[in-house]
Design a protein around this ligand. Sequence first.
Ligand code: ASP
Length: 293
Amino acid sequence: MIAGSRRRWALIVHGGAKPMEPGEEQPNREGILAALAAGRAVLEKGGTAIDACEAAIRTLEDLPIFNAGTGSALNAAGGIEMCAGLMDGRDRQVGSVAAIRNVAHPVSVAKRLLPEKEIVLVGDGAALFAREHGFEYVPDAALRTEKMVLEHEHDTVGAVALDQSGNFAAGTSTGGLSGSRVGRIGDSPLPGSGLYADNEVGAVSFSGDGESIARLVLASQVMATIAKDGPEESIRKAVRQLPPLGGDGGGIAIDRRGNIGWHHNSPAFVVAFASSDAPEPKAYLSKEEERRV
Ligand code: ASP
């Protein structure tokens, strides 16, 4: 635990590195603020960083405007396969599900996996684990939205939290990239790529082109540089490496001292954040918007 961290909390959530279509600004802003409110309620009550990340991400999974849970992207076969991960900075335990089908809240299945030995369950195995642990079967039709039938953009959701006991957590949830091969997974369920949390260092969560993020193990890079560069610069340097490999992205992070940072090179990156030091919620659709206001 960080010295002097007791009673301090911090939370940042994102709704994806993506282009922003006209008319989508308002629902994105409202949705990300709702997710922030759900997560901070946990932290303000003294709850854990893991529970805060889950609460924030579940809110986004329920909102069809975001590509996670309801509103997930469709793969090449027109089906929905989702990925989600949670990492606990206390013990670096990981719970991830990859290419899971027919659940409303992949992040909660990931959370249920945290105490188990396995860190990632995939496909039928992940769905079986969900059923065995009481997660309801949800048909694709209930998760599918008109928007995703038409769309080809990416927008994983994610959260990073520091709780009042000085513990960090990071989470991700995504419907993946539209039109992907059946069975494809990206960075989101992979520790070191899409997310990482370690109480001695901080926590980070990414969105963007999953293959490139995974090839660069971007979360691991941020964990190596965040103490020196700070969260914002550390993410800026990380996403700068994406275009040469293909694509773009964005990331959110909190360092060991509770400093919040985010950056992106996608056209938009929807974020909201607050902390015990700066409790007024802030929400932005891009870095450019933050600079303007
Ligand atoms: N990173 C996710 C994936 O590749 C997509 C996204 O961030 O939108 O599955």
